[in-house]
Write a protein that binds this ligand. Structure first.
Ligand SMILES: NC(=O)c1ccc[n+]([C@@H]2O[C@H](COP(=O)([O-])OP(=O)(O)OC[C@H]3O[C@@H](n4cnc5c(N)ncnc54)[C@H](O)[C@@H]3O)[C@@H](O)[C@H]2O)c1
Length: 252
């Protein structure tokens, strides 16, 4: 049986831990060839070795234009073209507004927002050639509705949503779709800063139990199928969307 991503050439950032790694695993299982980029070089090399010949790790710092430009160029050369760009690299910081400093603000926006601009800028010419390109950006439930202590992070993820819905309007003429994935609580160490601010793991679990209709956090493997769907031609009429995978939290 033909796999859902047979022949798809995919580049993904933030790809070597948790949600990104789960997405890569799902991409491979569905027959794609994948370039994985991350700032975490040690993990990147071990994850690439784990996944085998259809995966290449290329180090990238998404905050630096020359790094992203070189990453895309080398990745596209290895893949022989590009059908999908998934931008999952992200950073979290939390704190009350009076306690946040400008370095934290700049770093959050550099990773979460500036990086998307560079990725799209250098990938779009290649996606145009594909004739059926897809850009997938990872935002967050926090980009739609935040919580105390997450103002700067939420602002950055709100920007990710606006970036994607607007870029989709510009690229539709090239049949490049742009969609955004908005996970809710996913059980990874990424959330440690906000969990600390909430008072610890027990307080976080109590908040999740009270605010998520499904009553639990999600797992990275429960977000990965959204990446596969948006990368595949099954989503050929899904465009300019910000899709929640949040256990129902947004509507609770
Ligand atoms: N875990 C959650 O509850 C949750 C919820 C909503 C959204 N998200 C988003 O999902 C994505 C992945 O989150 P995760 O939980 O898997 O966290 P994670 O920390 O495991 O993944 C983030 C990845 O981005 C990489 N990265 C950070 N800075 C980078 C840079 N400058 N250049 C290149 N790579 C860089 C990290 O090394 C890491 O591999 C993030 O964008 C995050 O904002 C996570």
């Amino acid at each position: 049986m033909k796999k859902r991503l047979s022949g798809k050439r995919i580049i993904i950032t933030g790809a070597v831990n948790n949600i990104g790694k789960a997405a890569v695993q799902a991409f491979i299982e569905e027959g794609a060839k994948v370039v994985i980029g991350d700032i975490d070089v040690e993990r990147g090399e071990s994850v690439a070795a784990e996944f085998g010949p259809n995966v290449l790790f290329i180090p990238v710092d998404v905050t630096l234009e020359h790094s992203v430009a070189g990453f895309i160029e080398t990745g596209v050369a290895w893949l022989g073209g590009l059908d999908v760009l998934a931008q999952n690299a992200g950073l979290m910081a939390s704190g009350r507004i009076t306690e946040m400093d400008s370095e934290q603000f700049d770093k959050l926006f550099a990773v979460n927002v500036r990086g998307l601009f560079f990725g799209a800028k250098y990938a779009v010419p290649h996606l145009r050639k594909s004739g059926r390109g897809s850009i997938i950006n990872t935002a967050s439930l926090a980009g739609k509705r935040g919580r105390p202590g997450l103002t700067i992070y939420s602002a950055s993820k709100g920007a990710v949503i606006a970036f994607g819905t607007t870029l989709a309007l510009e690229l539709a003429v090239d049949n490049i779709r742009v969609n955004t994935i908005c996970p809710g609580w996913v059980d990874t160490a990424f959330n440690d800063p906000i969990v600390d601010l909430m008072g610890g793991r027990a307080e976080q679990e109590a908040t999740v139990a009270a605010s998520v209709p499904l009553g639990r956090q999600g797992q990275p493997a429960e977000i990965a199928p959204l990446f596969v769907f948006l990368a595949s031609d099954e989503s050929s009429y899904v465009n300019a969307q910000a899709l929640l995978a949040d256990g129902g939290a947004f509507n609770s």
